[in-house]
Ligand binder design. Structure first.
Ligand code: AMP
Length: 407
C-alpha cells in the first residue's frame, strides 16, 4: 500500500515521500482514513511506529491551505516533543503554505509572539506556555477544528489535567479530537470521555508490549555496586550511542559526573537544565557529538533519536509503562537494540510489576568476571527473602543496604 491510496491531498503525499516514506506503517494505515473521515479517535501504538505522521498527515490534508489563524492544536507534555512534532510538521508541509508555531516554556516570549503575529494555522504547544499566551491575548483557540492530545497518558499523569481542561474549554465544542499515546490505560479512556464524541478506537499490537525489536535484560547487583556495574557494562558493550535513564535529576548529574572521567563523551538531560542546555544535549546526542546521554524520564516519551544502540536503566522505572517508553528509545524503525536494566533487591516489586505489565519474564543476566558482592539476587526465592530482611532492617537508623554488606 502507498500513501497515494489514501484520499490525502497531493502536497501531503509529496511531503511524506520527500521524507523517504514509501509505505504507511500499521498505525498510519488505520488512523489516516479514520481521521480523514472526521471521526474522533483514541489511538494507541508502540512507540516509534510512526504516530506523529499518523496524525500529522491527515491533519495537514484537512487544513488544506493557509488561512493565517490557528485551526489545529497539538498538545505535548514536554518541550522536546513539541519541538520534534513541529519539525515533523514543517517537513510534511514542505510543499504547502501552512504554517505551524511551537510554543513552550523556559524560553523568552519574543520569538513565539512574533511567529503568532505573522499568522499560523497550527499550534504545537505545552499546556502552561499556551495558557500564558492566551491570557496575554497573543492567540486564540476560538477557531480550532482539530485538537490532538499526544502522549495523553503522560500529559494527564504529569498533573496537566486542570490545564488541559482549561485549554479544551477554550476550543469550540464542534471539533475533531484525537488522542494518541504509546500506552492508554483504562482510566485514561474513562477520563477522556469528557472531551470526545463517539471516538473510534485503534489499538496496534499488544497495548502493553515492549517493542519487539528490542532485546532486553535485567542485571541484578548490590546497591553499592550499581555504578561499578554501569561502568563495566559500558566498557564491555559495543555501542554506538547509549541513553542512560535515572530516576532523579541529582542522580543523573552524579552519574554524568562519574562518566565524564571515562573515555566517552557524555551529556545530561533533565528539567533543571536550561532550555538551551536541553537542546544542546539532545542535538549533540542526535548528531553523535555525545556518545552517552544521561536523562530522567523527560527523554523517555516519544523522543525520536535514530541509532540509539542501547538503553540502560540505571534505576528501575517506578511505573511499568515508563519501562515500555524508556526501552522504546532503542530498536526504533526495527533496528535491533538492547535495553539493559540494573536492578537491586529493593527493585524486585517494580521488576515484577513490569513483567506483569508486559506479560513476559525478562531474563536476568550476570556479567562474567565481575566481582559481585553476592549473587543471591539470581535466585528468585533467596532474593525474596533478602528483600524481607532489607525491609525489616530499614527501621535501623542510617541503614544503607550496600553499606551493610560491605561492613
Ligand atoms: P514516531 O513514532 O512518530 O516517533 O516515528 C518514528 C520514526 O519512524 C520517525 O523517525 C519517523 O520519521 C519514521 N517513520 C514514520 N512513518 C514512517 C513511514 N511510513 N516510513 C518510514 N519511516 C517512517
Amino acid at each position: 500500500m502507498s500513501f497515494q491510496e489514501f484520499s490525502l491531498l497531493e502536497f501531503v503525499v509529496h511531503g511524506a515521500q520527500r521524507m523517504g516514506y514509501r509505505e504507511p506503517t500499521p498505525i498510519q494505515k488505520q488512523a489516516i482514513p479514520t481521521i480523514l473521515q472526521g471521526s474522533d479517535l483514541i489511538a494507541s501504538a508502540q512507540t516509534g511506529t510512526g504516530k506523529t505522521a499518523a496524525f500529522s498527515l491527515p491533519l495537514l490534508s484537512l487544513l488544506s491551505a493557509a488561512q493565517g489563524f490557528p485551526r489545529a492544536l497539538i498538545l505535548e507534555p514536554t518541550r522536546e516533543l513539541a519541538l520534534q512534532v513541529k519539525e515533523a510538521l514543517d517537513d510534511f508541509s514542505f510543499f504547502s503554505s501552512l504554517q505551524a508555531a511551537v510554543l513552550y516554556g523556559g524560553v523568552g516570549y519574543g520569538a513565539q509572539r512574533e511567529k503568532l503575529q505573522e499568522g499560523v494555522d497550527i499550534l504545537v504547544a505545552t499546556p502552561g506556555r499556551l495558557l500564558d499566551l492566551l491570557e496575554q491575548g497573543e492567540t486564540t483557540l476560538e477557531k480550532i477544528e482539530i485538537l490532538v492530545l499526544d502522549e495523553v497518558d503522560r500529559m494527564l499523569d504529569m498533573g496537566f489535567l486542570p490545564d488541559v481542561r482549561r485549554l479544551v474549554a477554550q476550543c469550540p465544542k464542534k471539533r475533531q479530537t484525537l488522542l494518541f499515546s504509546a500506552t492508554i490505560p483504562d482510566e485514561i479512556e474513562h477520563l477522556s470521555s469528557w472531551c470526545m464524541t463517539q471516538p473510534k478506537k485503534i489499538d496496534i499490537g499488544e497495548r502493553r508490549s515492549a517493542s519487539e525489536s528490542v532485546k532486553h535484560a535485567f542485571y541484578p547487583v548490590a546497591m553499592a555496586q550499581k555504578l561499578e556495574l554501569l561502568q563495566t557494562l559500558l566498557k564491555r558493550t559495543d555501542f554506538q550511542s547509549v541513553l542512560i535513564f535515572c530516576r532523579t535529576k541529582d542522580g543523573a548529574d552524579r552519574i554524568t559526573h562519574q562518566l565524564l572521567h571515562g573515555k566517552h563523551t557524555v551529556s545530561v538531560l533533565h528539567s533543571n537544565r536550561s532550555q538551551q542546555e536541553r537542546i544542546d544535549a539532545l542535538e549533540g546526542f542526535r548528531s553523535g557529538r555525545y556518545e552517552v546521554l544521561v536523562a530522567t524520564d523527560i527523554a523517555a516519551r516519544g523522543i525520536d533519536i535514530a541509532g540509539v544502540s542501547h538503553v540502560i536503566n540505571y534505576d528501575v522505572p517506578q511505573h511499568p509503562e515508563d519501562y515500555v517508553h524508556r526501552i522504546g528509545r532503542t530498536g526504533r524503525a526495527a533496528a535491533l537494540g538492547d535495553a539493559l536494566t540494573i536492578m537491586t533487591v529493593e527493585d524486585l516489586p517494580q521488576v515484577r510489576a513490569i513483567e506483569a505489565f508486559i506479560g513476559a519474564k525478562v531474563p536476568r543476566l550476570k556479567l562474567e568476571d565481575f566481582s559481585y558482592l553476592y549473587t543471591t539476587l539470581f535466585n528468585e526465592e533467596a532474593a525474596e527473602q533478602l528483600l524481607k530482611n532489607v525491609r525489616g532492617a530499614r527501621t535501623l537508623k542510617g541503614y544503607s543496604y550496600g553499606a551493610k554488606r560491605k561492613r
